[in-house]
Ligand binder design. Structure first.
Ligand SMILES: [Zn+2]
Length: 457
């Protein structure tokens, strides 16, 4: 048998037209799509008509990416919820006043998992949109060596959540998804994996790591016995950390790729070189960065860090347009040292706010506060999240310092602790470790109360 020599295979753009274009030509192509999308937005939605009216400009006046970058963002999570609230009230559907298609043309809707509050239907597509996006997924699977006739273990939160949209592309590629909801637990996931012998798998890096630890108990051997050809991870910084990439690749004995939905994926290299942005025609992503504090545009150059403002160029249903995502990325414009890809690459830095990731579950401090605030007679309301290392990844259990209310005796605490753990698990899927503090010990501050106790600082 020939020795397998790893080729440094260049990541291709999903839209093959782009592979023959220069950077300048790609930019012009983006500008054409942008102008079309803006005109469509204003024509089809009262939300965008109002924005352009307030800005006192017409979409035709936005000719270049530079013009567009000068505009303030059009939407963020809160504005999206408000738009949804109004459309539910006035138009009888929950997708928002910024919907660009008719509600009965929607073929898929997906929300984000793990966060609290009113869900946002951010990932809402027409049948044509689904077709458009499928080819970005098939491009990635093919690059990873997953072909028609293969089976793919797909273990995420299934159902209404955004990740479910990936399944369309998997099926389009002729690959059979073995879609086991992550909430079924690691035993069930491993059982299906062992029975169906998938060639590849898609999951969070946290789950991939968790299965490394659990496999010997669950199936009597390591995850390497699954003989995967490729593992695709999403949703966390994960394999951007060299130790994690190396740990996962060694244990599974295959390449692990990091991807960001349809926007891009990392290349076949031992060293991680970031997500390769293979979809500049699908969305403005790295092109429209802002300073997270001032929201002023940042010049995109090699190594720069900024908050992503997203504009989907080819989505007809509910495209994000000048959407302040809160995602912080570092952009690389130099050719990839691993594969020679000449487009942009990004490394995800985290959230501009205070996201924590515990075993693949996204948790915001405000969500924890919400749960704790239900224990008004037992707690003072003061608490701290203790971080041993820089967020967002938290090595479980999440450590909380919580003040008990005056009048609560030490013998009451085990019962209260149990109730809090149950509530946090039920609402946020997190089971914390709790350290009790007497009333006043954490120090109430009348201005902004710190949420974190950062032990690593
Ligand atoms: Zn590369």
């Amino acid at each position: 048998m020939a020795v397998l020599v790893r080729q440094q295979r260049r990541v291709p753009y999903a839209n093959s037209v782009l592979n023959k274009m220069s950077a300048e030509e790609i930019k012009e192509y983006q500008e054409t799509l942008l102008q079309k999308q803006l005109r469509r937005a204003v024509r089809n939605s009262s939300y965008y008509r109002q924005i352009f009216k307030e800005l006192c400009i017409r979409p035709e006046e936005i000719q270049t990416l530079e013009d567009f970058k000068q505009l303030p963002f059009f939407m963020n999570k809160e504005m999206e919820r408000e738009s949804q609230r109004r459309s539910l009230e006035e138009q009888g559907h929950p997708f928002g006043e910024h919907l660009l298609c008719k509600p009965d043309e929607i073929a898929f809707t997906g929300t984000t998992s793990g966060t609290s509050g009113t869900p946002t239907f951010t990932y809402t597509y027409t049948a044509e949109d689904v077709q458009t996006m499928n080819k970005y997924i098939t491009n990635m699977l093919e690059y990873g060596g997953i072909y028609k006739g293969d089976r793919l273990l797909f273990s995420h939160s299934l159902g209404i959540y955004a990740t479910s949209s990936i399944l369309f592309g998997v099926r389009e590629h002729g690959v059979l998804p073995i879609d086991v909801d992550v909430r079924a637990g690691s035993q069930m996931i491993m059982k299906y994996a062992q029975m169906t012998k998938p060639s590849g798998a898609m999951m969070t890096p946290s789950l991939a790591e968790h299965l490394i630890d659990r496999a010997p108990d669950l199936i009597g051997q390591g995850v390497g016995s699954l003989h995967l050809k490729a593992l695709f991870t999403v949703g966390e910084i994960g394999i951007g950390i060299p130790e994690i990439k190396s740990k996962i690749e060694t244990a599974y004995n295959c390449r692990v790729y990091d991807y960001l939905g349809e926007l891009g994926f990392s290349c076949d290299s031992d060293t991680y070189h970031g997500i390769h942005c293979v979809a500049p025609d699908l969305a403005l992503f790295t092109e429209d960065l802002v300073d997270p504090e001032t929201k002023k545009p940042i010049e995109v150059k090699n190594g720069v860090v900024g908050e992503v403002t997203m504009t989907e160029l080819r989505i007809n249903g509910l495209p994000r347009i000048k959407y302040a995502t809160g995602d912080m990325v570092q952009v690389f414009t130099d050719p990839c040292p691993g594969c020679g890809f000449t487009g942009h690459r990004v490394k995800v830095v985290g959230r501009s706010d205070d996201l924590l990731i515990i075993k693949g579950v996204n948790v915001y401090p405000s969500a924890i506060k919400n749960v704790l605030s239900k224990f008004q007679s037992e707690l003072t309301g003061e608490f701290r999240i203790v971080l041993e290392s820089p967020p967002p990844r938290v090595i479980p259990p999440l450590m909380l310092k919580i003040e008990s209310a005056a009048g609560v005796t030490p013998s009451d605490l085990p019962y209260i602790e149990e109730k809090i753990k149950q509530a946090l698990h039920q609402e946020l899927r997190v089971t914390p470790s709790i350290e009790w503090c007497s009333p006043g010990m954490l120090g109430k501050q009348l201005t902004k109360t710190p949420l974190f106790e950062r032990k690593y600082e």
